[in-house]
Write a protein that binds this ligand. Structure first.
Ligand code: LLP
Length: 384
């Protein structure tokens, strides 16, 4: 074993593949459950981060709920043991057949993103003689200070209902007998590293609640969404995010009313650190001024660097720990796109054709965002 990787096992496998540290996922889930131990906390896992059934079964067994964004995710969640009442269905573009599937499955809540959607869900539920539980996703207009592709809480986003329309949306839900108003839902963005934007969200939620209460309207649940970030630069030093601090902040800053539940939808923070993309070096190519490691994984297997300019720590896991000679490489994939680059000027032990490379912290938005471009495919995942 080098580091925590069973390198000898990996040597026998065809690359590229994802490797998941199931032990770390277990410890992460335990930390979540210990940090959010009160009855009122309902932690849901945002399946979009990784829908691998092996991980999902472990997450559902730990008692978490599921935040789904498609009918197929709802089906997968039920198949992997999530209780339907703990499943939420969110997303700006729910199809009719997906709404029907959610209603038939008896899911706990629809997070609704527009006045138009309220009408559609009401019509479908009425036709089925059912009452649909609804949370209104209100856009809190908060800057989460993250990449603009993954910030969602600002006023100009496609997500959510403008906060100025809160009353309008609430009144609409209350006026439709096939709907039951359960709660308010928010989400400010992803990979949020500073707790303060979440704190500001809590303050805003308190204001919304005070306002609704002044109108005699009671809300059963508050959902603060996901977004807690992870330490991409130090996966070994910080394998588990600061859940204690996060839940403590929610606990102290949101003025929860008696009997209310407090939901959150954590994706990245649950699964990112337990996954690595394992790849093999195909060529060590000498350029005029640079050396390139051309590896057999590409942007089709892990798109985050190409799409967001994200950086995942790159390790040569074949090179011996004692290797002292270090070289500087650009680490690139085989796809014919200039953005197919995992790292520029990476300092690595002297690397050879055939060495195994690990791209760390790739458990969230890695395998699930892979594509078949160039007819490429990943090989079966490995669990250790
Ligand atoms: N709830 C809602 C409404 C969301 O839109 C998201 C993520 C989550 C929860 C989970 O957020 P998390 O805890 O994972 O931050 N592909 C991008 C991230 C996109 C996030 C989309 N929404 C990436 O690779 O960074």
């Amino acid at each position: 074993m080098k580091g925590n990787f069973p390198v000898q096992e990996f040597e026998r496998l065809t690359t590229p593949f994802y490797a998941y540290d199931i032990g770390l996922l277990g410890r992460t889930l335990q930390t979540i459950n210990e940090s959010a131990h009160e009855e009122f906390f309902c932690v849901e896992y945002a399946i979009k981060a990784n829908h691998n059934p092996v991980l999902l079964k472990q997450i559902s067994a730990a008692g978490l709920g599921a935040d789904c964004v498609s009918g197929a995710e709802i089906k997968r969640a039920v198949e992997c043991g999530f209780e339907p009442r703990k499943i939420t269905y969110a997303g700006v573009g729910k199809r009719d057949d997906e709404i029907i599937l959610g209603l038939e499955a008896g899911i706990g809540c629809f997070n609704v993103e527009s006045l138009e959607e309220i009408e559609v869900i009401s019509q479908i539920a009425a036709k089925m003689n059912l009452v649909a539980p609804i949370a209104l996703r209100i856009n809190p207009d908060i800057d989460a200070h993250t990449h603009h592709y993954i910030t969602t809480g600002l006023a100009e986003n496609k997500f959510g209902i403008a906060k100025e329309w809160l009353d309008l949306a609430v009144d609409k839900v209350l006026s439709l007998p096939a709907l039951k108003l359960k709660g308010l839902h928010f989400h400010i963005g992803s990979q949020v590293l500073d707790n303060e934007p979440f704190g500001i969200l809590c303050d805003r939620i308190n204001e919304f609640q005070d306002h609704l209460e002044s109108r005699g309207i009671k809300i059963l649940s508050i959902n603060v969404g996901g977004g807690l970030g992870i330490d991409y630069d130090h996966p070994d030093e910080n394998p588990i995010p600061d859940f204690e601090g996060y839940f403590e902040m929610l606990r102290t800053r949101i003025k929860l009313r008696r009997g209310q539940s407090l939901h959150c939808e954590l994706g990245r923070s649950v699964v990112a650190q337990c996954g690595s993309l394992i790849s093999r070096v195909l060529y060590v190519k000498s350029g005029v001024n640079k050396k390139f490691l051309i590896v057999d994984a590409g942007m089709t297997d892990l798109i985050r660097p190409a799409l967001y300019g994200a950086h995942h720590i790159i390790e040569n896991i074949t090179a011996s720990n004692k290797e002292e000679d270090v070289e500087t490489y650009d680490v690139v994939g085989p796809v014919c796109e200039s953005s197919d680059v995992f790292g520029i000027d990476e300092s690595l032990p002297v690397t050879h054709r055939g060495d195994l490379i690990a791209l760390r912290s790739a458990g969230a938005y890695g395998e699930v965002m892979s594509s078949g471009y160039n007819l490429r495919s990943l090989y079966p995942s490995y669990y250790y």
